[in-house]
Design a protein around this ligand. Structure first.
Ligand code: NAI
Ligand code: NAD
Ligand code: ISE
Length: 342
């Protein structure tokens, strides 16, 4: 069976996902698209030679008979509305991060899904599908470095545009929030944000870099540097310090050169390339599980946990205080779910 997919939002990542589903993956077909910039949506259909209808808005697309499942890749603040509409229509939905821009919004989604009675939502936290993170998790799970005590992480991008306010947390750090609790199978209890000397190379009004300190239930301490104007490359680091050793997230493969009196390897500059295989695996798994009527990946509950942690981190940045992270108990509805990657 081919999964007939409607895509809401044909911007940067929407176009990438359409391209990979059409040219690299199997079992899915893009049959409908929409974007508030309808010219762009039409251009994508033409460029990718899709047999897809361009809808006026996301709601008409969700309701369309030919659409079995939706992918939401529009701007973050629109996600909640489209995910709720997909649930109401009983259609599976893959939503790019964030699931919603507030914890309250994610809670409404969780409640709607539980009321519907079956999981339909997967959130685009693709790092769980990255070979490097999976290798690291295997080492942690197999006790290769003993019990984890501390994690040192960095999330760096060369530069950003239209990035303001708390987007270092809401847009970038969200990936660490999700992948690290998956990596160490623990939950966060508090967050603190440190604001070091600001780079002159950030857009006005953006505090960059920041350091976020998380503490988990087991007492593991996690420091993450978010530096989105670091100039030199797109660089994701994660080091687990355990009782008996240290495990590092593998570097992406790169040619090692000895030339002109230098030993060198390239550093990637773009998030699209850094996680290109992870996006492929993530969406292939989503197509496969959706066809079977199941959700295997990051759930609406995971999206909610990320949003609660995000909100607390924003408060910590604003107040300079250590802010507790209080999560309700995970409902049995999500505990019983197929948990291949959770
Ligand atoms: P973008 O700005 O390139 O694309 C967003 C598109 O959504 C635009 O074309 C815009 O016109 C459209 N749009 C906005 N509101 C809409 C609405 N109501 N109905 C239909 N279309 C609408 O943004 P980008 O970079 O593609 O990001 C989109 C989402 O993907 C964001 O939530 C972002 O956080 C997420 N993302 C996730 C990444 C990941 O690594 N998982 C990487 C990049 C983005
Ligand atoms: P983008 O701005 O390039 O694309 C967003 C698109 O959504 C635009 O084309 C915009 O016109 C459209 N849009 C906005 N509101 C809409 C609406 N109501 N209906 C239909 N279309 C609408 O942004 P992007 O970089 O593609 O990011 C999109 C989403 O993907 C964001 O949520 C972002 O966080 C997420 N994202 C995730 C990753 C990742 O690594 N997982 C990477 C990039 C972006
Ligand atoms: C972007 O939206 C993403 O999701 C990327 O994965 C992330 O690394 C980057 O910082 C965000 O801006």
């Amino acid at each position: 069976m081919v999964l007939r997919i409607g895509v809401i939002g044909t911007g940067a990542i929407g176009q990438d996902h359409i391209h990979r589903i059409t040219h690299s993956l199997t079992g899915g077909e893009i049959v409908a698209v929409t974007d508030v910039n309808s010219e762009q949506a039409h251009a994508v259909v033409e460029r990718e030679s899709l047999q897809a209808k361009v809808y006026d808005n996301g709601h008409d697309l969700i309701q369309a008979d030919e659409v079995d499942a939706t992918i939401v890749t529009s701007w973050g603040p629109t996600h909640e509305e489209f995910v709720l509409a997909s649930i109401a229509a009983g259609k599976p939905v893959f939503c790019e991060k964030p699931l919603a821009t507030t914890a309250e919004g994610c809670k409404r989604i969780v409640e709607a899904e539980m009321e519907y009675g079956k999981q339909l939502v997967q959130v685009g936290f693709m790092r769980r599908y990255d070979k490097g993170y999976r290798t690291l998790k295997q080492a942690v799970d197999n006790n290769k470095v003993g019990e984890p005590l501390m994690l040192h992480c960095a999330h760096r991008a060369p530069s950003v545009t239209n990035f303001s306010g708390d987007m270092a947390i809401t847009d970038s750090f969200v990936h660490e929030i999700d992948v690290l609790r998956w990596l160490i199978q623990d939950d966060y209890v508090s967050t603190q944000v440190i604001q070091p000397r600001r780079t002159n190379l950030a857009e006005e009004g953006l505090q960059d870099p920041i350091i976020i300190l998380l503490e988990t239930k087991k007492g593991i301490r996690i420091d993450t540097e978010i530096f989105v104007n670091c100039q030199y490359g797109y660089d994701i680091q994660c080091q687990v310090v355990g009782e008996t050793g240290i495990a590092n997230l593998p570097e992406p493969p790169s040619l090692q050169m000895r030339s002109q009196a230098k030993l060198s390897t390239d550093i990637l500059v773009n998030w699209k390339e850094r996680f290109i295989e992870a996006y492929d695996v993530e969406l292939q798994e989503w197509i496969n599980s959706t066809v079977n009527g199941e959700v295997h990946g990051p759930s609406a509950w995971d999206g909610y946990v990320v949003a609660v942690t995000t909100d607390a981190s924003i408060e910590a940045k604003q107040t300079g205080k250590i802010v507790p992270i209080e999560m309700p108990e995970q409902p049995a509805f999500y505990q019983d779910a197929k948990a291949e990657y959770t």
